[in-house]
Write a protein that binds this ligand. Structure first.
Ligand code: AMP
Ligand code: GLY
Length: 422
């Protein structure tokens, strides 16, 4: 397994439970992942080194967690040498790697998404802006570590975002941009596993992207999540599958770039129906952590069947029907300038009550466990309602001693409020 975050800890935890998994290596991993895997240091950008390692250890399956190595074509290099891999090719990972690619694919195949204009220069972008009402959404085309999207509430803000992109702030990722109509509604994340032909739903979740309580402050990679997302009712999930995900998978196959792996659809539930906001070519982080807590199948078996194009031969994935909720404990200063090195203790006590603590950005030092990243721990619990899962997760958070950390205290608030109303 390639990766080192909370997503990868959750995947490693689940993979290690598989009957098929005799031995698990993780590169570079983290102290949580080390409980389930042997950590190695193989540079994922050095495809020859990854291949050499796979040959030397006779690796039967490579799982690629993050988007960067996927967009960089690591899956192609491995597949080209006969190593089964869970994760899309470079061409298929364009669904996350290029916003314009995805918007144009949606356009060609009548997949519901916001109206857009692809622009490649400052002047072109500024004049294209005239055609969009405010608010308007400005996106750098490529991977920008979650910082490439601006929901502009004024023309000035939109122009500033465009100037920012074309000033080179995002490097090659900002060589082009997409201007998008603003969609109104509630967001939900929907996951599907596909081997390029067969598509199976893999659950839903809702993320909390802003750093502060009440969804305030700057955007982050995600401060907490829960699964399932009841707003994505079975009817709406069916609509997302039939009108968005299945047509996408079919289109990718028809166009000669079949998509294999997990497809994460960011959806807006609008009065006009379900619309695609964006695709990711990987599991969400921290959405993966809550999905893995509820997933009842054998993850290695599912991933290997996906890698080998045999998904149709498996039973569809099954999930527990309770709720899982995760709270991200971050280092103070996140997302701008997280303080590294803060001491952490109390994880065992937190888990004694039934919670599961995934490591996202930690390091083991002679003096004990310390923070080593922006998002540090994912404290995760289950319950028969969102309120119950939330109470469990915060009870566990309160057992953890991490003076240089903080977390939101309201993860799950939308659903907890709906549950309270009955
Ligand atoms: P993305 O990286 O494309 O998911 O965008 C980040 C966030 O921006 C999304 O989670 C939404 O909250 C918001 N967003 C993106 N596109 C739109 C849109 N067309 N309308 C409204 N909000 C959007
Ligand atoms: N939590 C949002 C993401 O993984 O993209």
């Amino acid at each position: 397994m390639i990766g080192s975050g909370g997503r990868e800890h959750a995947l490693a935890w689940k993979l290690a439970q598989s009957r098929l998994c005799d031995r698990l290596f993780a590169s570079p991993g983290n102290p949580g992942i080390a409980q389930h895997a042997e950590l190695v240091a193989v540079d994922p950008a050095d495809h020859a080194a990854v291949l050499d390692f796979c040959e030397a250890q006779r690796i039967a399956l490579v799982v690629i967690g993050p988007e960067a190595p996927l967009v960089d074509g690591l899956a192609d290099s491995l597949r080209g040498s006969g190593v089964p891999v869970f994760g899309p090719s470079k061409a298929a990972a364009q669904l996350e790697g290029s916003k314009a690619f995805t918007k144009e694919l949606c356009d060609r195949h009548a997949i519901p998404t916001a109206a857009f204009k692809r622009v490649a220069a400052l002047d072109e972008a500024l004049s294209a802006l005239d055609a969009f009402p405010i608010p308007v959404v400005i996106k750098a085309d490529g991977l920008a570590a979650g910082k490439g999207v601006t929901v502009a509430m004024s023309r000035d803000e939109a122009e500033a975002a465009i100037r920012d992109i074309f000033s080179g702030r995002f490097g090659a990722a900002g060589a082009e941009a997409v201007i998008e109509a603003f969609l109104e509604g509630e967001e939900a994340s929907f996951f599907a596993i596909t081997d390029g032909h067969t598509v199976v739903p893999f659950g839903s979740a809702q993320d909390h992207k802003r750093v502060g309580d009440g969804d305030t402050g700057p955007n982050t990679g995600g401060m907490g999540a829960y699964s399932p997302a009841p707003v994505l009712t079975p009817l709406l999930e069916g609509e997302a599958l039939e009108r968005i995900v299945v047509p996408t998978v079919r289109a990718m196959a028809e166009e000669g770039t079949p998509y294999s792996g997990v497809l994460y659809a960011g959806l807006m539930l609008t009065p006009q129906g379900v619309q695609l906001i964006e695709y990711n070519c990987r599991f969400g982080d921290p959405e993966c952590q809550v999905l893995m807590l509820r997933y009842q199948g054998d993850l290695a078996k599912l991933m290997l069947a996906t890698a080998e194009g045999r998904l149709a031969s498996l039973q569809p994935p099954r999930f527990s029907d309770d709720t899982a909720l995760t709270v991200v404990m971050a280092a103070k200063g996140y997302p701008d300038s997280p303080v590294k090195g803060g001491a952490i203790s109390g994880i065992e006590q937190a888990e004694a009550g039934g919670a599961k603590v995934f490591h996202a950005g930690t390091a083991q030092t002679a003096g004990g466990l310390v923070a080593n990243g922006g998002r540090v721990l994912n404290v995760t619990a289950r319950g028969s309602t969102v309120a119950e899962a939330q109470a469990g997760a915060y009870a566990a958070v309160d057992k953890i001693d991490f003076p240089d950390g903080f977390c939101r205290r309201d993860i799950g608030w939308r659903e907890v409020a709906r549950e309270a109303k009955g």
